[in-house]
Design a protein around this ligand. Sequence first.
Ligand code: ASP
Ligand code: MG
Length: 438
Amino acid sequence: MIVMKFGGSSVKDAEMIKTVTSIVKDRLDKKPIIVLSAIKGVTDNLIKALAESMNSQYNAYEEIVAKHKEILSDLGLDAGAVDEELEELKKALEVNSKVRQNDAKILDYISFFGERMSTKVFAAHLNNVGIKANAFVSGDIGLITNSKFGKASMLDSSYEIMNQNLSNLDVLPVVTGFGGKDENGEYTTFDRGGSDYVAALIGAAVGAEEIQIWTDVNGIMSCDPRIVSNAKTIPELSFDEASELAFFGAKVLHPRTILPAIKKNIPVVVLNTFEPDHPGSRILNESKDIDGVIKAISYKKGITIIDVKSTRMLNTHGFLAKLFEIFERYKKSVDMVSTSEIHVSMSVDSKEDVDNISKELEGVAMVKVKEGRSIVYVVGASMKNQIGLAGKIFSILGDNGINIEMMSQCFEEVNVGFVVEESKAQDAVKLLHEKLID
Ligand code: ASP
Ligand code: MG
């Protein structure tokens, strides 16, 4: 069994739905379970429709109707295939124009309509071309969550129930992504982009041989192709490497969402609907080094460095705890930390609250703030066995007049990260990609 998840852009119109159908058709022998997002733009429109309902306006709703009707007509399907959902939605919006709710619970209920309809459209098309398929609402086949609307978590008991419900079907299941239902039968979502997570949960439940995330790029790239034109797909990477990359630019999928599959040693493959024969990227629990030591160069702009200096740190304990307690209070996450005997430098990725945090830090130390920085990361889990690599990185940058202002490398080295002035970051990325990966 495999799980195939298609995102909104993969089912954005009739043409794409036909493309996805042929991709699925070629893989029927692997017994796929399909997980689907809403049609592109529909989730945003549903959220808008809820807001508009407060003023008894229905423009976004009408757009949603038009989009689905157009696709149904282009595919030659029954124009009423999603009328049940559209009517339920309209009624809910009309009720809301009077009761005016805009909380997480109603938002989940309304925004889930996108997946309820896309799965029905796709299943109808599959049946129309001779593939016996059925649309399923995830919550109805056992994906039960707690009641944290908008940020739900699945209950562990769901694994077994989903496995039972999905294992012996004689139709191709097309399951809603995005979320599930709580124990009261209310729709819940896992946050935006939650369909990848549903795919991982279902894959883990049925013990799939592979989970395929079909998107609109050729997997995870060695660099941002807008900066380095010959960036290439990383054929295989570890979960840790994928995690390091996710934060810094590679927006293809958030690794946290595939963790349930990785924990069960199920490979997650990122593939391109627009180029189905491209092998994409395989993310594994542990990757052997099959393609060079360094996998990728990534970077992040808009970094602010906060440097604190205190002689009180000498030979004492608890100083770092004191510093981080201040960040904790502002819910500010620190990305990179570097310490010496009397300095601690920390990087944060937005200026929000930096002034307040600095003022509080001044209570315990001398503080300097530097804005306009970038973090550049060289990623590759097997770097740790390479002697002289840091030297090489320093030489490449030094020879080109790029100053490293702060750096970090962990003991279980998956990456080497350093801070440079924003204006030098793209040059640094290009040079390192050219000399270390190309
Ligand atoms: N349709 C939802 C969203 O747009 C879930 C998903 O696509 O993963 O966020
Ligand atoms: Mg997505």
